[in-house]
Every structure is written in structure tokens, then in C-alpha cells.
Design a protein around this ligand. Structure first.
Ligand code: DLL
Length: 431
């Protein structure tokens, strides 16, 4: 029988026991071996011996991004340098990069989690898995690579960009699984369509991550590539990298590896847990991570727990897609808006494509103006533009409670990227 990367846990209670053991180990390990954590715990008046049940986790202080920056270049380090075998860094747009270190065991644990992702997606050793994300300091390429190898399929490590080589590999090697950002998948899908190569490729699955993608965008990509399933892979540099969970072919939520980390969802204002199933900020505590353990790390990502078991039978719990980051929120005319609210409206408006930009400007009259620029669906006629614009304006007014202008542009007019797409352009002068 094929090797499984899932331990034979029979119930959530069994996973909870593993969590308690891991939490107690992590807290002691961090307290004894990291200057940062010892100081933070002492300031907070908490000792490892205070953690005796899972609910005691709330006694622990939060860790935030600024703590990582303050500890640059080896934040949260809890092992001697001779045990660190690798570092990765996030691309961070502001300030210093976040650098995280790994022991050999951390790397092995990460590969194991990643192998589960391929297993839950229904991949087999026969699959040819094309990795179209950046290798190097970023966790993406190296993470997928280790995951494919641990799983035992064939890795096709093309890396980022190189549309011609990507397509050549897909056609010649008959790649079955494509791993990339949704932006890159769209770029590739459009190019394959343009070159009329749909019948020459053998893709069955696409695994996207690293950025939020709309329902419309994913649907479009699946249609153009002729694949039945697309999977959503979450991950962040601080928590190993990609591969900390995946949706299964039932697509009822993202199963996450609760024996490697505890996921809490909190209200970012009150810092209290939200009621089960409500949206809040993901806070993660690692259970086995040695070099840079995370204790109640505030990710800024927004999602919710899905408070029911999946119909696939896998007992690992689920969270929803990442709906955005609390720091993506922008304030327009005193209304807090998340880009996800806009792409939700656009996804369910007929006549528009998946690509859009939101432009915010302050005009001479001192007032702020918003424009949503969105591509026309390639199968729609410009004759309907006025009607579609009016429909979007009306829905934005009704659902987000603000007025916006809408501009429909030709299909393909907005920029495509092989990395994470930028959607919101805030050109208002900062005070
Ligand atoms: O983006 C790791 C990754 C690479 C994940 C490839 C999946 C695939 P960072 O550069 O540290 O790591 O960025 C992490 O990206 O906090 C989220 O805000 C966002 N993000 C990652 N995956 C998803 C996803 C990688 N599936 C930040 N959906 C995270 C939505 C995502 N947002």
C-alpha cells in the first residue's frame, strides 16, 4: 500500500493530546533557549509550568511582526547557530526582511506537511509537478521542491517567469500538476489559449497560493486550462512556508495540520477569541518548530474556522480561505474596506473578467474618490459596458456603502504578473 503522510489519528481528541504535548514542549523550549521569549514571558508573569491544558494558551503573550524586526537578523532564535541548517526570508515590501531560521528537523517536518498536501489533493507518484514559483530566499520554490520529493512524485523545477520554458515543459513532459500564484496561472492559461495549445497539455490540477484570488479568477483559470480542480495552498515564511494545509477535492475548506500548529482566530481589536466560525485574525503557535518557534504569532491574515468535519472523512480541522490581511484594509470616506469585498462583488457580476484595480485619489476639492477599473469578460460585448458599470456601482453602494466610479477596460488591458498581483493603488497624499 502507498505510504501515507497522515498519522493514524482516530479522533480530534487524539490530535488535541498531541497539541498539548507540543505546546508544553514549545513553551519550555522557548523559555529556556530564547532570550526574547524568556524576557517576554517574565514581563508577562508567565512560566512554562503554568501551561497545563490547551486553554492555558491564552495566558501566553502574543508575538508580532515588530518582534521579528527587532530581533533581526535571527529573530526568535531558540537553538545554537550550529544547529541552524538554513534560513529563508520574506520578500517584505517595507523595512527589513523577515529572516527565519530552520534546523534539520524543521526542514524535515515542513517536507512532511507538504507531502500531505499532495496526498490530500489526490496526487500519486506518477504525477509530474511543475513548480513555477521563486526559488531562493523565498520559501516557495524550495518548499514545493522538498514536498514533491518527500511525496515521491516528479518535480519539474522551472521556477518563476520564463513563460516559454513553462509552456514547453508542460507540453513536452505532459506536466499534470501546476504549482504557482494565481496571477502566474492566469498568465500561463492566457498564453496557452493564445497559442492554441489547450489540446497539447495534460494538466489535471493547479495548486495556487501566496496571494488571495477571487472565485472568478480561479474559475477562469480552470476553464482555460481544462482542469477540474484547483487547490488553495496557504503559508507564510514565519510558519515554515507554503504547505501548512490544503483543501481536499471536496473543497469545503482548507484542512490544516493541527498536529504541527495551533490555530486561534481572534478579534484584532479586542484580541479575544471570536465565536466559532466567525472571521478574525489567524494566530499561530507551533508545536514542533525548533529554530524559531512561534508563540501566539499574529499573522494579520483574516479567515475563519470551519466548525464542522469535512465530508471527505479526513479528521484534520479546516479553516476557510484567507480573505485578506488586516493591514490590506483601506479607509475610504470613513468606511473600512477590504479588497476581498470588492473582488467578491466583481466575481458575481456578469460581463466582467477577473482582473481589476482599485484606484484611490484625493482631488482638488479635498474629497477622496474611488475608481474600480475592471476588465471586460472576453466573451462580452462593449455594448453592455454602461449597464455593467451601473450594476457594479449599485452593488458597491448597497454592500460596501460607498460611491465609486467604474471603468470597464478591454480584456488583457490590465497588467499581468508572475508574482503576487497588486490590486489597490492608493494615490492619496499621506498626511
Ligand atoms: O507567500 C508562502 C507561499 C508561497 C504560500 C507559495 C503559498 C504558495 P510570504 O511571502 O511570507 O509566504 O507571504 C505570506 O501571503 O501571510 C498571506 O497574507 C499571503 N498568502 C499566502 N498564501 C495565501 C493563500 C508565502 N493561499 C502571506 N491565500 C500570508 C491568500 C495567501 N493569501
Amino acid at each position: 500500500m502507498k505510504e501515507s503522510f497522515f498519522p493514524p489519528y482516530k479522533s480530534l481528541d487524539e490530535i488535541r493530546n498531541v497539541q498539548l504535548e507540543g505546546l508544553m514542549w514549545t513553551v519550555r523550549h522557548a523559555y529556556e533557549n530564547s532570550e526574547f521569549y524568556r524576557k517576554r514571558f517574565d514581563e508577562h508573569g508567565v512560566k512554562p509550568s503554568d501551561i497545563r491544558s490547551l486553554s492555558d494558551i491564552t495566558k501566553l503573550p502574543f508575538t508580532v511582526t515588530d518582534d521579528l524586526r527587532a530581533g533581526y537578523p535571527f529573530p526568535l532564535r531558540s537553538v545554537p547557530f550550529e544547529r541552524i541548517v538554513r534560513i529563508h526570508a520574506s520578500s517584505g515590501t517595507t523595512g527589513k526582511r523577515k529572516i527565519l531560521s530552520y534546523t534539520q528537523k524543521d526542514i524535515d517536518d515542513w517536507a512532511n506537511m507538504f507531502a500531505r498536501c499532495f496526498e490530500i489533493a489526490g496526487c500519486t507518484a506518477e504525477d509530474r509537478i511543475q513548480i513555477a514559483v521563486g526559488y531562493g530566499l523565498w520559501t516557495a520554490g524550495v518548499g514545493f521542491q522538498a514536498g514533491v520529493e518527500r511525496f515521491g512524485a516528479m518535480a519539474v523545477p522551472v521556477g518563476p517567469g520564463n513563460i516559454d520554458i513553462q509552456i514547453q515543459m508542460m507540453v513536452d513532459l505532459k506536466t499534470t500538476v501546476l504549482c504557482c500564484t494565481a496571477s502566474m496561472a492566469l498568465l500561463l492559461a492566457e498564453e496557452i489559449e493564445k497559442r492554441g495549445l489547450q489540446d497539447e497539455i495534460a494538466l489535471e490540477k493547479v495548486i495556487f497560493g501566496a496571494e488571495r484570488s477571487s472565485d472568478a479568477m480561479r474559475k477562469r483559470i480552470r476553464k482555460m486550462l481544462g482542469v477540474k480542480h484547483s487547490f488553495d495552498i496557504p503559508g507564510l515564511t514565519e510558519l515554515y512556508g507554503p504547505g501548512t494545509g490544503l483543501d481536499c477535492p471536496k473543497h469545503e475548506g482548507i484542512h490544516y495540520w493541527a498536529d504541527y500548529y495551533i490555530l486561534e482566530i481572534i478579534d484584532p481589536e479586542t484580541l479575544q477569541p471570536v465565536p466559532d466560525g466567525e472571521v478574525g485574525e489567524m494566530v499561530v503557535t507551533t508545536l514542533k518548530k525548533e529554530a524559531a518557534p512561534l508563540i501566539r504569532y499574529r499573522t494579520r491574515d483574516l479567515t475563519r474556522l470551519i466548525p464542522k468535519p469535512c465530508s471527505c472523512g479526513n479528521i484534520f480541522p479546516m479553516h476557510d480561505r484567507i480573505m485578506g490581511r488586516s493591514d490590506d484594509m483601506f479607509i475610504f470616506r470613513a468606511v473600512n474596506i477590504y479588497p476581498g469585498q470588492i473582488d467578491h462583488i466583481l466575481s458575481y457580476t456578469e460581463g466582467v473578467g477577473s482582473e481589476y484595480q482599485v484606484i484611490l485619489e484625493r482631488k482638488k476639492d479635498g474629497k477622496d474618490y474611488m475608481t474600480i477599473r475592471v476588465e471586460r469578460d472576453p466573451e462580452s460585448s462593449p455594448d453592455h459596458d454602461r449597464e455593467v458599470e451601473a450594476k457594479i456601482k449599485e452593488r458597491v453602494k448597497k454592500e460596501i456603502l460607498v460611491s465609486t466610479s467604474v471603468e470597464i477596460v478591454d480584456y488583457g488591458a490590465l497588467p499581468r504578473t508572475e508574482r503576487k498581483s497588486k490590486r489597490v493603488f492608493d494615490n492619496r497624499e499621506k498626511d
